[in-house]
Design a binder for this molecule. Structure first.
Ligand code: 8YV
Length: 315
């Protein structure tokens, strides 16, 4: 029986075509549930996007599974511990999307502080004919707090340096090679900074790390940016904080129950929303696809996987 890839998410067509040219591939969504069970022994590779959950039960239901290839850097929806226990390796797409995500973080930060969306609506409504747009918030020289100092957090810090921002951070550990000030808790970081940018991993370990207390500490002049995962922010607390002026604004690319976005975040000049598109540029999505292909090709050729998940998953 030929080793087959089981595709369980919608992925770039170019990647699927390229994979099909080299390996047998079946789209799970075209299989009846019973057919999936009957053919379960064929599938050695499971191909998913970053939003698709892969549970211990799903892994156990594919007895020959050897590799889960994730199209995305975040892999918190895959039960990595269960995969390891069953001898299944997991790959993801780190590195290639770092610039795009950091770029969008800075874009959201500028758009939120300077109310670029609100200003456009102001022109479109014809309000400029009656007077000027209200003054907004200066970005250059402000204090930037980075929550989660991984590749993306560092790339944001690099960009913030060009804006003369004083960068500080909270992370699972303190880094000697990073000059920004370390804060031992998200609360202390929020209390210190003007802009808090969430760049942590998702998953249970970071769930609601930004809660009502952290938002209160960020304060009435503070702005929250989230390009990581919606789960890291207590969204109900955020809606309340925005509504009651506990914080000054938010720029958000990710949400708790995507693609659902709370109505309380909409129609506000101090809230900028984008639909989880930080890595969605032509060139980056192409590089992500190439990396997924390379990982799968390496598996089939018995070579070392280019970008395996190596760190311990969230407990
Ligand atoms: C994608 C992402 O939206 O890489 C990630 O972790 O959040 C994004 O690049 C997603 O994973 C694509 O499926």
């Amino acid at each position: 029986m030929a080793e087959t890839i089981l595709q369980a998410s919608t992925l770039p067509q170019r990647l699927v075509v390229q994979l099909r040219q080299h390996f047998p591939l079946v789209d799970q969504r075209e299989l009846a549930p019973l057919a999936l069970a009957a053919r379960a022994g064929e599938f050695t590779v499971l191909l998913v996007d970053g939003e698709t959950a892969v549970s211990a039960a799903q892994i156990a239901a594919l007895p020959q599974l050897k590799l889960i290839a994730v199209f995305g850097v975040g892999y918190e929806r895959v039960d990595v511990l269960a995969a390891r226990a069953q001898g299944v390796r997991v790959t993801h797409t780190p590195g290639v999307l770092t610039d795009d995500v950091a770029d969008l973080a800075i874009g959201l930060l500028l758009a939120t502080a300077r109310q670029i969306g609100g200003a456009q609506r102001f022109i479109e409504r014809g309000d400029w004919l009656q007077g000027s747009y209200p003054w907004t918030r200066k970005v250059s020289g402000a204090r930037l707090g980075i929550l989660g100092l991984g590749r993306i957090g560092r790339a944001i810090a690099q960009r913030a340096a060009a804006f003369n921002m004083a960068v500080s951070y909270h992370s699972r550990q303190q880094y000697d090679d990073f000059t920004g000030r370390f804060f031992a808790t998200p609360l202390a970081l929020a209390d210190h900074c003007d802009f808090l940018v969430v760049c942590t991993n998702g998953g249970v370990a970071t769930r609601a790390l930004v809660d009502a207390k952290v938002l209160a500490a960020l304060g009435a002049n503070g702005i929250l940016i989230n390009i990581a995962r919606g789960s890291v922010v207590d969204e109900a607390a955020l809606v309340k904080a925005i509504d009651q002026g506990v914080i000054a604004g938010a720029g958000l690319d990710v949400f708790e129950c995507e693609p659902q976005v709370p109505a309380g975040l909409m129609g506000r000049d101090n809230v900028v929303l984008t639909p989880h598109m930080a890595s969605a540029t032509h060139s980056t999505r192409r590089m992500m696809a190439d990396l997924v292909f390379d990982n799968i090709a390496a598996y089939f050729a018995g070579r070392a996987l280019p970008t395996p998940v190596t760190e311990s998953p969230n407990p």
